[in-house]
Design a binder for this molecule. Structure first.
Ligand SMILES: Cc1ncc(COP(=O)(O)O)c(C=O)c1O
Length: 426
């Protein structure tokens, strides 16, 4: 096997293979192994897909048992036992204990499908066109999702106008102490003379992951929900990357005490890396006509099986507590690291999504390269790739977390030591 084959035959659009240039063959827990047998600690976790680690034995067993009995793999959106089990368990373990009532739509296999369905439904139900999104948002690559995404490089790929969206500053985007974005939004929506058409919905990530690990404060999220409710505008939370326990609780918005009208989940939902996405809909809003939004791969049965097994991890609060413990440890280590760097850098994050933002925008990518050379997979985020983003599996064993942090510290010190004072500063 050769990476040359991939470089020769796969489209130029390929991305991560350029940053991590090796051929991976195996993965277990928080480790990935390449064709030469070299092991890497995974602080990337498939961009939040592998919250429970690679090939978790409980999920693998459920999948192998299911397949060995010739159960249904593909069924469009016909009724299957695997789907019914997933829905029952999701209601029992996730929705009911949180006092949440949602209808579940399977919009297509991946995150952007969940976002497209959410946007379409919000527009249909309200009869309004405009959607509010936030600076540095990332919601996916299909046209509707791209229209609510901030990154200009990604937006340019659309080749057509991306319209019917208004961008509002995310929490912390404006200068500290002068952040009046929600007050302004409230005012514009209240004023008949503002010229602002009433939007259908606002779509938000509570932690902007791709956008640079930007964390919205709980009181800001509460205020946003209140402003939207006051103006009868729907709240869509895109929990695709930071849901399924990434911030500690199953949904990232739980701590804020808000109940979104629509929620998008994907990535770690199947728990095993199999494609699965849902759009959760407040029951009164479920105004779809049968088949109005469809697709061939809506509810992949093997993914239902592993997703149902993964819900066992949420039967008690032990995973949430363990994520809290690990996130405190990571935060402490990163803060100590940043204090001894010769460059300007800042730590931020929530739960087990943590980032270091560097003023010299080239450092984060160099850290990622240095880390990879030392056996750690860690990615960058932000419009200039200025943030080193840590996203280890939630179930990473303590020894691997420790070993990964050690490599990370060495890599960051090496890369920051080479920073040149005349480089671009964000
Ligand atoms: C918050 C968020 N929304 C949507 C998406 C799009 O998901 P997908 O790449 O599965 O279409 C992503 C992907 O990274 C994401 O992080």
């Amino acid at each position: 096997m050769s990476i040359e084959t991939i470089n020769r035959l796969e489209s130029e659009v390929r991305g991560y293979v350029r940053n991590f240039p090796c051929v991976f063959t195996h993965a277990r827990g928080a480790r990935m192994i390449d064709e030469d047998g070299r092991e890497y600690i995974d602080f990337f976790a498939g961009a939040g897909v592998m919250n429970y680690g690679h090939n978790h034995p409980h999920l693998k067993r459920a999948l192998l048992d299911y397949l060995s009995e010739d159960r249904i793999v593909h069924s469009l959106d016909m009724a299957t036992e695997a789907k019914a089990r997933f829905l029952e368990r999701f209601e029992e373990v996730i929705l009911k204990p949180r006092g949440l009532e949602y209808k579940v739509q399977f919009p297509g296999p991946t995150g952007t499908n969940a976002v497209e369905a959410a946007l379409k439904l919000a527009r249909k139900v309200t009869g309004r066109e405009r959607v509010i999104s936030f600076t540095n948002a990332f919601h996916g690559m299909t046209l509707g999702s791209l229209a609510v995404t901030g990154n200009s490089f990604k937006r340019a790929g659309a080749g057509v106008p991306l319209s019917h969206v208004s961008m509002v500053p995310f929490d912390g985007y404006l200068e500290e102490g002068k952040d009046q974005s929600l007050a302004l939004l409230d005012m514009l929506l209240s004023d008949e003379g503002s010229g602002v058409d009433k939007p259908a919905a606002a779509i938000i990530e509570t932690v902007q992951a791709e956008g640079g690990v930007n964390v919205a404060r709980m009181e800001w999220l509460k205020e946003l929900a209140a402003v939207l409710k006051r103006h009868d505008v729907l709240l869509i939370v895109d929990d695709i990357q930071v849901g399924c326990g990434r911030t500690g609780s199953f949904f990232s918005f739980e701590e804020a005490g808000i109940k979104p009208d629509i929620v998008c989940l994907s990535k770690s939902l199947s728990g095993f890396g199999l494609p699965l996405a849902v759009t959760l809909i407040r029951p009164e809003l479920d105004q779809w006509a049968p088949g109005e939004h469809n697709g061939t791969f809506r509810g992949h049965n093997p993914a239902f099986v592993t997703a149902t097994a993964a819900l066992d991890f949420w039967a008690d609060d032990s995973l949430q507590r363990d994520t809290g413990r690990k996130s405190e440890l990571v935060k402490r280590r990163l803060e100590a690291l940043v204090r001894r760097l010769p460059v300007q850098a800042q730590v931020r994050g929530r739960g087990l999504i943590q980032g270091i933002e560097f003023a010299d925008t080239e450092i984060a990518s160099e850290c990622s390269k240095e880390a990879f050379a030392r056996g750690l997979i860690v990615e960058t985020a932000g419009v200039d790739d200025q943030v080193l983003k840590l996203l280890p599996p939630l179930m990473i064993p303590d020894e691997d977390l420790e070993a990964g942090l050690k490599i990370l510290e060495e890599a960051v010190v090496a890369a920051a030591g080479r920073s040149k004072p005349d480089r671009k500063v964000a």
